[in-house]
Ligand binder design. Structure first.
Ligand code: SAM
Length: 321
């Protein structure tokens, strides 16, 4: 029996895109119509269960896609695809060039393959080495029906948060006043503003990210308003009070900013908090959040980071006046 996720037909396209970005589709099987729903075959039921999605995960005998399953597996190793660029993780393959050539051959839309030698500095940019292909770092990436101009050499961007951005946008109420503290090229802000009539202050200290965010606002149809601001989020946030939501996507150091986020919220307001943690640090953080006056409403693992570390997503609610 194969794991499937049952989703409404009208949402199927955007969910398929998000699942593809997470590399979570079991491509050896076909999608099965099921009344007003479709059943999408998935590879990682456990990961999706952690995401706490509002859709049912069930077992079904599956409909094998023979055109795919007879194809030999050409290579192994993990990589992300952002537009026409593939980024391989360091140290996951013995010969990066073999994997890179296989990616170029098998993924017709990929034109450059880079090796990621690590994310560094305040702007969280990747140290990239071109392995093969054109070597362009600017590309158009599509996610949840939206388009983003990204420069993988000069700004941080991860397609692994596609589902997360969709979940946060779905959970936001119409009219919310939001701060996106570490907005990058704007994927959280733009996903929310495309779905809800919210007002979003989007901060980033990287001028290249703020420039691309402004272009990305123009490339998508938005219901809400976004106000990009260049500078240090820990200073810019000080002039805001009574906000409904603060998004904190700076997984290496979010914690040092959390008290300022708390001050900016109204009672009942929400922090969407991201941090790389092991289980011991997770316990410690929960204790600290309680002391600050933030109650955890929800937590899920977004993706693994290393053997013992995961990127966690938490919804923290301000409980005090
Ligand atoms: N939220 C975006 C996304 O999902 O693609 C980007 C997240 S990235 C992990 C963190 C971003 O925070 C980077 O674009 C970096 O330039 C920015 N940043 C880091 N420290 C900052 C600070 N003190 N104030 C404002 N932005 C900051």
């Amino acid at each position: 029996m194969i794991d499937h996720i049952s989703v409404p037909k009208r949402e199927a396209q955007s969910i398929l895109k998000a699942l593809r970005n997470m590399n979570a589709i079991n491509s050896g099987y076909k999608i099965i119509p099921d009344g007003d729903n479709v059943l999408i075959p998935i590879r990682e039921a456990a990961t999706l269960t952690h995401l706490d999605l509002p859709y049912r995960i069930l077992k079904h005998e599956g409909n094998p896609d023979l055109s795919r399953s007879v194809r030999p597996l050409k290579f192994s190793g993990s990589y992300d695809v952002i537009g026409d660029i593939a980024i391989m993780k360091k140290g996951e393959q013995e010969d990066p060039e073999v994997l890179a050539r296989n990616i170029l051959e098998s993924k017709k839309n990929v034109r450059s393959v880079f090796l990621d030698r690590g994310v560094k500095g305040e702007f969280r940019t990747r140290d990239l080495e071109l392995i093969c292909g054109e070597g362009k770092t600017k590309t158009i990436y599509r996610e949840n029906g939206l388009r983003f101009l990204v420069d993988v050499g000069n700004v941080y961007f991860s397609p692994r948060l596609a589902t997360e951005r969709y979940i946060v946008a779905k959970s936001a109420e119409e009219g919310e006043r939001i701060i996106d503290m570490f907005a990058g090229v704007g994927p959280f802000s733009i996903t929310i503003a495309s779905m809800k009539k919210c007002e979003i202050q989007a901060f980033d200290s990287n001028p290249a990210a703020v420039g691309l965010m402004k272009e990305n606002m123009g490339m998508n149809r938005l219901k809400g308003k976004i106000f990009p601001q260049l500078g240090d989020a820990s200073e810019m946030i000080l002039k805001y009070r009574g906000m409904d939501r603060v998004i904190m996507n700076l997984p290496h150091s979010s914690f040092s900013f959390v008290e300022k986020a708390y001050e900016a919220l109204r009672k009942g307001g929400v922090v969407n908090y991201y941090e790389i943690m092991d289980t011991a640090l997770l316990e410690e953080r929960m204790e600290k959040f309680r002391e600050i006056g933030l109650e955890m409403r929800n937590k899920r693992i977004v993706h693994g980071y290393s053997k013992f570390l995961n990127v966690y997503s938490m919804e923290l609610v301000r409980t005090l006046e």
